[in-house]
Design a protein around this ligand. Structure first.
Ligand code: HEM
Length: 521
């Protein structure tokens, strides 16, 4: 008879325990909210004091929007896409509002700038205060772990090991490009029976030079089919990665099966060379294998993990191919639209390099106008036209605040700041009234580059400045020179309409290319 008593006592005890558990949970939740509130309040007060200490004022220039979460700003960008003139469309913001502006996309404060002082702060003077934000998850499926997806200590390590490689390459002579330049020239000669689009030739050329640089001799051992499969998948995966970057925190929305499969093909391609280099080392010893695979084996010495080596290689591939191809393509695009500039360049080349003579760095140094043409191409079409960083701690932008836009602006931890090198390079305040024209002479015998400082930064600046700058300039200079030398009648096909620079149709992925290609006759 006593049996039922026990469960009823147990039920009461359980009910009591559940009651005190709920009370405990409720207390915890309330404590959490109170703690959060106090913490947020404290951070806010600390940030306010930080802002006062630096004389910060609110940025009063705002990107106008009328829809909730500023969704109309996104819609206008989206609507401008089919015209393929998105960068030209965005110029109106800077023309009308000024070099700095605030916007509240999805309710979150963010900033846009083309002010060299602010860009210098982000990239250089306050470098430690800024991180990559959503770039890492956006690029991770394709690139994995490496210099473009890392911040802080891991980035420093990647930078150090890759810097060693580029330091070594700088002193090589231009012969490393010879075979690929010859392929480029013979490809162009074979196609020289009418209108030719140089752009795809340049992409093929820079893919060959970059793969050669990092994979060593072995690339030549792969058949054309394997190279083409890789190139197609690399193109597709890069294109989707650029979209994911634009989606920022919403990158996860775009991860299709096709994208994943393309990333896998790219990784396998790179992994194949890592495996080959390690096998060579096993069979023939470190010293001998290092002659064939210096880049891979040096990375392996440090990273000790084939997958990490593979990832760093893919990073360098993506960094090196499209950027340099676009530079060459825009340079020819501009030269054939300005025959007087092309003639001047050709005459300097002819006067310095005797016919049939091997081209060396010393020769290139004696053609200063080539550097002016490249600088001016970089100015009008910086290959990485826009970029973004996110504050990893509370910091300032030195300029843009207050009624006159001259005071520093407080940037709280977690705030994003985008900048447009493309639009900054078109500031009349830096380059004068002919800023939209192609005038390589502006770089001739002047100290313009020093004068504008961060106002000219095709390779960016500060601790993350491009590691392949010298390599890219060498290969582009050599290739442009060789094309101008080999094809003396290069010109714009008569049926092609000449538009003002910046008004032509463009394709914008991570890089900016001409949507019509670089057509010549
Ligand atoms: C005209 C050609 C090129 C241009 C305009 C260019 C431009 C840039 C820019 C603007 C950055 C900074 C990106 C950022 O911090 O968000 C960068 C970084 C980098 N570039 Fe280039 N690049 C070019 C060619 C190359 C080539 C040919 C290579 C290698 C073969 C290369 C390797 C790198 C690497 C490894 C970084 C990462 C540096 C870091 O984060 O520390 N680049 N490049």
């Amino acid at each position: 008879m006593g049996v039922p008593v026990v469960p009823s006592l147990g039920a009461a005890a359980i009910a009591g325990e559940v009651g005190s558990l709920s009370l405990g949970i409720a207390t915890l939740v309330i404590a959490f909210f109170i703690y959060n509130f106090i913490q947020t309040r404290r951070e806010y007060e600390e940030d306010k004091a930080f802002g006062q200490k630096h004389g910060c004022m609110r940025m009063e220039t705002v990107l106008p929007s009328s829809w909730p979460f500023a969704l109309d700003v996104l819609k206008k960008q989206y609507d401008a896409l089919p015209s393929q003139r998105l960068l030209a469309f965005q110029s109106q913001y800077f023309d009308e509002i000024g070099p700095n502006m605030r916007l509240a996309l999805f309710g979150q404060d963010g900033y846009l700038t083309i002010d060299p002082k602010n860009i210098e702060a982000i990239l250089s003077t306050h470098f430690e205060d800024w991180g990559l934000g959503s770039r890492r998850p956006g690029l991770y499926p394709l690139l994995g772990e490496g210099i473009f997806t890392q911040d802080g200590r891991p980035w420093r390590h990647s930078r150090e090991i890759l810097r060693r490689q580029f330091g070594r390459i700088q002193y090589q002579n231009l012969k490393v490009f010879d075979e690929h330049i010859n392929d480029l020239i013979s490809g162009l000669s074979a196609a020289d029976d009418g209108i030719v689009d140089l752009q795809p030739f340049f992409f093929k050329f820079t893919l060959a030079t970059t793969t050669d640089l990092i994979f060593g001799e072995a690339v030549g051992t792969l058949g054309d089919d394997a190279q083409d499969t890789f190139a197609n998948n690399f193109d597709y995966a890069s294109m989707v990665s650029a979209l994911r970057l634009r989606l920022a925190d919403f990158h996860w929305l775009y991860k299709t099966k096709k994208f994943k499969a393309s990333c896998e093909v790219v990784k396998q391609y790179a992994a194949h060379f890592v495996a080959q280099a390690l096998k060579d080392r096993e069979n023939n010893g470190q010293e001998s294998a290092s002659e064939r695979y210096p880049f891979i084996l040096d990375l392996y010495e440090d990273l000790k993990d084939p997958a990490l080596v593979r990832d760093q290689l893919v990073h360098v591939l993506i960094a090196g191919r499209d950027t340099t191809a676009c530079l060459m393509s825009w340079a020819i695009f501009l030269l054939i639209r300005h025959p007087e500039v092309l003639a001047k360049l050709r005459s300097q080349i002819d006067s310095v390099i005797p016919d049939g003579q091997e081209i060396t760095r010393a020769f290139i140094a004696k053609i200063p106008f080539l550097k002016c043409v490249i600088n001016e191409t970089h100015r009008l079409y910086p290959q990485l036209p826009v970029n973004v960083r996110v504050a990893v701690k509370t910091t300032i932008l030195p300029s843009g605040g207050g009624p006159d836009g001259q005071s520093p602006v407080l940037i709280r931890k977690g705030t994003g700041c985008g900048w447009s090198t493309y639009h900054m390079h078109r500031l009349a305040s830096l380059y004068g009234p002919d800023v939209n024209d192609f005038v390589p002479e502006r770089w001739e015998n002047t100290d313009l580059e020093r004068k504008v400082g961060f106002g000219f930064m095709p390779f960016h600046g500060g601790p993350r400045v491009c590691l392949g700058k010298d390599f890219a300039l060498s290969e582009a200079s050599y290739a442009i020179l060789k094309i101008v030398q080999t094809f003396p009648n290069l010109r714009l096909p008569p049926q092609i309409e000449m538009e003002k620079t910046g008004q032509e149709r463009q394709s914008l992925t991570i890089v900016v290319t001409s949507a019509e290609g670089s057509l010549v006759i």
